[in-house]
Write a protein that binds this ligand. Structure first.
Ligand code: AMX
Length: 437
């Protein structure tokens, strides 16, 4: 940890310098907004800075300037592997520089050394009904560890605000280190009769996670490395990232902030969409009595879903306006590792058929697939069919981006968030008076 903290201390001032430079331009106007945006989920209103990643609506996500294809190439891999190790993208997001293989190996060891979960956390999980949704269990597991927050303790003891980031970094490292163990515990408890699989301390963070989930093939571990790399971050305004920022801005610690974020990720329009996609496909296969429906059958099924006033899960996005590169990365992985898989063929047929139908509704702004349209099919291929669990995997990955960002929030001393709200009446009065907010 000393190495990582020392490196952060050496690198981070550059980020602060840039931020302080921006502060000199506080009066610079970057746009105006209208009532449509105020009542429409604040789309298109730039309301925060967020350093770890930036989303271009056509090109997709970039992490500290690097696209997913670039990172699949540039980040260190596991031994003979070809997919990036998520430790590397965490390092990149926190430090704003690509890691060496040694930086990544150090992180693997650091997280391993912090991965022991206190017994009371497992006891807390054991006390909730087994049918409790895995995301609810995940959130409860995270909250059960809050008692160990070093940031909360330091704040209570009167730490100087210039040192907040140091305690936040400690909490973030402890939390990330333990998430795979908690997630695996929930999986094994909920679906595998409570079996215990000991950690394999020779493996990397993702490989060991796959192992603790009970999936030991080299391909599954590679898939997990890719999965945990591409789900980390999607700039700052999405529900999970923004929730982490918002709750953290009250100086709530990493456990409180991240648990809140996971409650947002558990919503079907956000992370839960990955389970909804597979549920929707399974339902379609059952309704049509075939594993591989034709394009015509899929088109009809999509029309029915729309007529029923439901969303087609895995399609659409609040910011993206093209196929999500995270979908493409998974599709490339599937083409390489499971070219004949029937479910992947279904995913590809939906990809062919859905966009024109969604476009023709005239109201859906992005008819293209997002990350969730694909991920479940990869997991099913390797035998993980318990789709209620999928969002927990998303959550383990999302921790890396939003928590790296939370350390920076405290380093940059960002203020408490407090946007202004209006009532419908007060806005109507502004309209009548031709006034602005
Ligand atoms: N199927 C059916 N209707 C859709 C749709 C879809 N896939 N995507 C958007 N729409 C509808 C909206 O519900 C909205 O309808 P309304 O006017 O009757 O309320 C209308 O089209 C306009 O919506 P939009 O501006 O295109 O999208 P948005 O920014 O409001 O919402 C999103 C974005 C992702 C919530 C939406 O596209 C959606 O619900 N998609 C399906 C769920 C999904 O895949 N979520 C995962 C997103 C990625 C993630 O966070 N993990």
């Amino acid at each position: 940890m000393n190495t990582l903290k020392e490196k952060f201390k050496a690198k981070a001032p550059l980020q602060k310098e840039e931020f302080n430079h921006l502060k000199q331009h506080q009066e610079h106007n970057i746009g105006s907004y209208n009532i449509g945006q105020v009542i429409g989920g604040m789309r298109g209103i730039t309301g925060l800075t967020y350093e770890t990643s930036l989303l271009d609506s056509n090109e997709g996500i970039r992490f500290r300037g690097y696209s997913i294809p670039e990172l699949r190439d540039a980040l260190p891999k596991y031994k003979d592997g070809t997919e990036p190790l998520p430790e590397g993208i965490f390092y990149l997001m926190l430090m704003n520089e690509l890691p060496t293989a040694q930086d990544v190996a150090d992180l693997t060891q650091e997280w391993l050394s912090r991965s022991t979960v206190p017994a009371h956390v497992y006891a807390t999980l054991d006390s909730v009904p087994i049918a409790t949704h895995p995301m609810t269990q995940f959130s409860i597991g995270i909250m059960a560890m809050q008692n160990d927050s070093l940031f909360a303790k330091a704040y209570h003891d009167g730490v100087n605000k210039s040192e907040y980031w140091d305690y936040m970094l400690e909490d973030v490292m402890n939390l990330i280190a333990k998430l795979p163990n908690i997630a695996a515990y929930i999986y094994n408890r909920t679906y595998k009769g409570g079996r215990t699989i000991e950690a394999d301390t020779t493996l990397d963070w993702s490989g060991n996670f796959a192992h603790m989930l009970g999936y030991d093939s080299a391909d599954f571990k590679e898939m997990m490395r890719l999965y945990l790399t591409i789900h980390v971050d999607h700039e700052g305004g999405n529900v999970s990232a923004h929730t982490t920022r918002l709750v953290g801005s009250a100086l709530s610690d990493a456990y409180l902030s991240f648990a809140a974020a996971m409650n947002g990720l558990a919503g079907p329009l956000h992370g839960l969409a990955n389970q909804e996609v597979i549920r929707w496909i399974f339902d379609m296969q059952a309704d049509l009595k075939t594993d591989l429906p034709s394009e015509e059958q899929i088109a009809e099924y999509i029309q029915t879903t729309l007529k029923e006033g439901r969303v087609v899960p895995g399609y659409g996005h609040a910011v993206l306006r093209k196929t999500d590169p995270r979908f493409t990365a998974q599709n490339e992985f599937a083409a390489k590792h499971m070219p004949d898989d029937v479910l992947i063929q279904v995913v590809n047929r939906i990809y062919k058929v859905a966009p024109p139908i969604l476009e023709n509704t005239g109201k859906i702004k992005n008819p293209w697939p997002n990350v969730d349209a694909h991920s479940g099919a990869l997991l099913v291929h390797y035998g993980m069919k318990e789709y209620d669990f999928y969002t927990v995997l998303f959550g383990v990955s999302r921790a890396l981006g939003v928590l790296a960002s939370l350390v920076l929030d405290r380093y940059l001393a960002l203020p408490i968030e407090r946007p202004k709200s209006e009532t419908t009446k007060s806005l109507l009065q502004m309209v009548e008076a031709g006034a602005t907010a």
